[in-house]
Design a protein around this ligand. Sequence first.
Ligand code: COA
Length: 578
Amino acid sequence: MRILLLSHSFNSLTQRLWVELRGRGHTVSLELDIADAVTEEAVALFRPDVVLAPFLKRRIPESVWSRHLCLVVHPGIVGDRGPAALDRAILRDEAAWGLTVLQAIADFDAGPVWASVGFPMRGATKSSLYRGEVTQAALAAVLQALARLPADAPAPAPQAGQWWPALPQAERAIDWATMPTAEVLRRIRCGDGHPGTADRLFEAPCHLFDAHDGAAAATRVPGGTPGELIARRGPALLRRTVDGAVWIGHVRLAALDAEGLPSLKLPATLAFAEAASTLPELPTPLDRADAADWDELHYREAGTAGARVGLLAFDFHNGAMSTRQCERLRDALRFAKARDTQVLVLLGGEDFFSNGIHLNLIEAAAQRPGDSAADESMRNIQAMDDLVLELLTTTDRLTVAALRGNAGAGGVFLALAADAVWAHEGVVLNPHYKNMGNLYGSEYWSYVLPRRVGAERARQITQGRQPLSAPQAQALGLVDEVLARDARGFEAALLQQALALAAHNARPARVAAKAARRAADEAERPLQAYRDAELAQMHRNFYGFDPSYHVARYHFVRKLPHAWTPRHLALHREGRTP
Ligand code: COA
């Protein structure tokens, strides 16, 4: 089938459909929803059998839906209509929710239903549900809908449902004096990543994101009335509720920033640096027994002596890794390496394994007197390289990168520095840097990628800029094992696999072989030489006369609308589709 994806952005859901539909042999092209005339042109050029809209913020023009079958992915159950479906489902504390594929007609979300798939809800942010359950259901529903084509099949019944408007801030508002932690968390999670929940911290109006239950920490801090800020940890501030506390990891100030632009989403302890420094720091051990005591890092062990597995999780918000986070993770890795384990598993975060250096904090550095985005970029990539080096030089045990969520750019190459890469079918990888203003990239990618896939394939992967599903990445040699259908089955499967690896009698020989290969590789070309060569290119990206990286980063962190569809995705514009 010829399928034109029409989407506001090439977001995670759109990428998943892209890789899955292409993987099933369909001819797929993408047009970003920029203007009606551009959409009309794309349809005329591509002549699709179906236009599929995974993520739209505007109506499809009548000139298109009246002449072509247009299927819209709506993250709500049959009968639910409106732009805040998932926000409202979280706020109402629905136990189960669903996703509908319906045909575009004049009214929003009112067309015939082609497919619907349900899923159980999870206590997580809107973005997390969207990248997990919603994306999984969307794929199933889209495949069901496509199976009903050709379009002359009898039209499914139109849905009659209730229209729910956008969710105003008043309905998301938190009353700290009365609301228990569970309610506060729902109110923040229903707007996380966008638009956030309007509130005030240190008297300043801001939007809240990245909230976690702080019950365990609250017991260690005496006093504080509900709503009061009582401690800090990493990026987060601890705020008392009537029955415990919540950690607030990220905020966006309502005030315009130094350049007169809307403020960036930043770690709460950075956005309120001065005020937050007066709060007591409340550290918690890396290997704490109570995993519910939230922190960005957590280490635990499983198995018996001689066949023990260490598991290191790093749940950095949005998978972005700042200089501080890279340094902390490197120290955590050193801690883990000093433990008596035979296999060390890097778990990344629940939603993302990693998305590389922290572009928001790099942008923020541009506004600090005496600092610059170029300097912070260099500090961040050096810290990232130090971290990857720590992993690459772990030669006394096997290391595994277990991708519970997607990985992008430097985050993929961090994973490739491990001996084995495991994932589940729902993971999408973007193993390239070029989309960020022709960034060359570091993280020893020029060593870890060719050693896995060879020089020619490495060139195709980095230049082609395509997202890859985990099975596609496995076929190319980037991923070693795809262990489960989705994130739910993955955690148990990866632990079982890691324990089996630790107990395997071939393990010592494997460790010896990898140490020998590392030594041979080092003799041939030292890691420092790869790093120097990569950083020389990065220096040009950061400080050179071509500002492409700075421009692309600015567009990315400011979320500026796209002006055109990248040519490597809009295949109909390159004459690259049959
Ligand atoms: N630094 C800072 N924030 C990042 C980030 C990074 N490296 N990567 C992702 N994010 C943020 C996004 O801004 C977005 O923020 P929001 O919560 O305010 O909406 C959130 O993470 C999710 O990203 P989004 O782009 O919506 O996710 P996606 O799953 O649709 O796409 C990627 C994933 C990896 C393709 C995309 O995020 C990306 O290109 N990231 C940049 C990767 C990069 O170039 N890193 C630097 C070089 S190492």
